[in-house]
Ligand binder design. Structure first.
Ligand code: ZL4
Ligand code: CA
Ligand code: ZN
Length: 406
């Protein structure tokens, strides 16, 4: 912790509750709350707690979650467990919420796209309610720090669940903490810019504000054919021409940057800085929400980009330079040791600290997680580039940048 200092011109708050780590989505489910444990170990191992105000998150209230979500859905989420699920499915007010999902044949779905089948994207698991209301509480506390002017940057790595809809879970996301945060921000700030660097399209946030010119959503994501099975990369939306709901005043206030697999640091940084820079200049937001999904890193179990931790962090550094109230949330990220490295590095960037690349293995509780002979044990080690079926060879990045600048 030598050398860790508090930032000079701004205040950073860090919001977390370790109870989110106790949950398991299922044995081989890719979403591992363990990545949050590793992130915490690195943040504390480097001593970054001395650079920020740290807050233990408390659970969000049902009333707070109802600001966006359907009241029946909120009741269901608050009561559900693997034990109560079958009985709840029989309750009359929930029966009308059986989703009409294209994946119905794959898993046995209950209401709200929830299921106790092991193959489900959004399983019902032990401690689920606790987990959901805690990550949401952390995002709302972080938001409160910003809107009351008590912090300039607020962080919640357990949040950023961008796929959740008003009355439906989707893609490992149940409560859309980002939408709830932006709704709180709109009471104070005239315009909010939402930026999403998760490898998946931020569809839930875009949809929630598709009629709202006071929110601009900007998502960078893998888009197109997944492989030769004909499946599209999840969730399948977010092409260049989706720019908000046509015929409403929200039209033109959604931006999407669809990207093929295999994009590298240089290409991504160029895209990100050109487009984000232009959006900041044209939209002049009063505050920013940045979703930092770490599944855009190279070597991610689900992602197909080839970004280095340094390039991922440069997105955070670039956005921070706007000097606007900034909420930073996590999101996806499925190779836990890389997720932890990236989010620790980005916590340091947010608080103006430069970390030594050598991970303090003598202090972190699980050093073996970070010391792999094949990978080295540095903080910013470059993930090995991989090739994918439809790799980014000669997509015209300049054309994409030009098309979006209208
Ligand atoms: C799994 O191994 O593309 C779920 C999901 C459960 C356990 C064992 C069951 C085996 C990968 C994914 C069968 C698995 C079938 N288990 C999963 C169309 C799909 C339907 C479900 O980062 N099958 C759906 C969602 C995406 C689909 C990505 C990203 C969230 C975020 C923010 C969400 N859904 C095909 C997959 C496994 C599983 C292994 C999986 N699911 C990979 N990609 C998806 O943007 C947090
Ligand atoms: Ca994205
Ligand atoms: Zn993702």
């Amino acid at each position: 912790e030598q050398g860790i200092t508090r930032p000079k011109g701004h205040k950073v708050s860090f919001h977390y509750n370790s109870r989110v780590e106790d949950m398991h989505f299922g044995k081989t489910h890719p979403m591992k709350p363990w990545r949050l444990t590793l992130t915490k170990h690195l943040v504390l191992g480097y001593g970054l707690q001395y650079a920020m105000d740290t807050y233990e998150a408390v659970a969000a209230g049902k009333d707070q979650v109802r600001a966006f979500h359907d009241p029946d859905y909120v009741d269901f989420l608050a009561e559900v467990s693997p034990e109560t699920f079958p009985a709840l499915c029989e309750v009359e007010k929930y029966k009308k919420h059986i989703a009409n999902s294209p994946y119905q044949d794959l898993v046995d779905l209950g209401p709200f796209n929830l299921s106790t089948s092991p193959g489900a994207d959004c399983p019902v698991f032990d401690g689920m309610s606790t987990y959901l209301f805690l990550y949401t509480g952390a995002t709302l506390a972080a938001t409160n720090q910003l809107v009351t002017g008590q912090s300039d940057i607020a962080l919640n790595w357990s949040g950023g669940l961008h796929h959740a809809h008003k009355s439906e879970a989707s893609g490992f996301c149940y409560i859309n903490d980002i939408v709830l945060s932006i709704l709180d921000m709109l009471r104070v700030y005239p315009r909010v810019l939402y930026i999403d660097i998760d490898v998946h399209h931020g569809d839930g946030v875009e949809e929630a504000f598709q009629r709202q010119p006071r929110v601009m959503t900007l998502s960078y994501h893998r888009y197109g054919q997944y492989d030769d099975t004909g499946h599209k990369f999840f969730p399948g939306s977010g092409d260049l021409n989706s720019t908000g709901l046509k015929g409403t005043i929200g039209e033109h206030f959604a931006l999407n940057v669809p990207i093929p697999s295999g994009i590298d640091d240089r290409q991504y940084t160029h895209l990100f800085q050109s487009i984000t820079g232009r959006a900041l200049e044209a939209y002049k937001p009063s505050a920013i929400v940045l979703q930092c999904g770490a599944d855009s890193l190279g070597g991610d179990r689900l992602g197909q980009f080839n970004l280095n931790i340094k390039a991922h962090g440069e997105c955070v550094a670039f956005v921070k330079k706007a000097r606007l109230p900034l909420l930073i949330v996590g999101g996806g990220g499925y190779t836990a040791r890389n997720v932890a490295r990236a989010w620790c590095h980005e916590t340091a960037l947010a608080s103006d600290n430069k970390l030594p690349d050598r991970i303090p293995l003598d202090i972190v509780p699980r050093p073996e997680a970070f010391s792999r002979k094949s990978h080295g044990n540095g903080l910013l080690f470059p993930p090995f580039p991989r090739t994918h079926p439809n790799d980014c060879k000669d997509v015209d990045l300049e054309l994409m940048i030009k098309k979006l600048d209208y």
